[in-house]
Design a binder for this molecule. Structure first.
Ligand SMILES: [Cu+2]
Length: 132
């Protein structure tokens, strides 16, 4: 019996890390909105401390930064609006990927755009929930 459990453990260890990675696909769109397939209201859910592959398609709004960034993606703690380290991203036009580590602290967070991408830029935000 003990041998059986050890064998299962070894099997899991052999699975490449990329196979277990949580892939999140979002569009940062030209109308100053984050979008996710099949979700009317985009919302991200992650597990505390897990590795996340954020796959982004960014489409230029009406205005953008001098450095060519067209949208931002900054994670704030809902409680005190402080920034989460490692989650302060800027998007260039087109497709791009980021490998991120989910916050260790379960709870509610908010993603906000930090680029003035149009007069409706303030409306560009989405909820992120960290599960224990
Ligand atoms: Cu934006």
């Amino acid at each position: 019996m003990v041998v059986g459990i050890a064998a299962v453990g070894a099997l899991f260890a052999m699975v490449p890390k990329t196979a277990a990675q949580h892939v999140i696909e979002i569009t940062a769109d030209k109308d100053s909105r984050y979008k996710m397939a099949r979700l009317r209201t985009p919302e991200i859910t992650v597990k505390a401390g897990e590795q996340v592959l954020l796959r982004v398609t960014a489409n230029r709004g009406k205005t953008w930064n001098r450095d060519g960034s067209i949208h931002g993606f900054t994670l704030l703690r809902a409680t005190d609006r402080t920034k989460v380290e490692g989650w302060d991203l800027l998007f260039k036009p087109g497709k791009q990927e980021f490998v991120l580590t989910a916050p260790q602290e379960p709870g509610e967070y908010e993603v906000v755009c930090t680029v003035i991408c149009s007069e409706d830029h303030e409306g560009m935000h989405m909820k992120l929930t960290v599960l224990p």
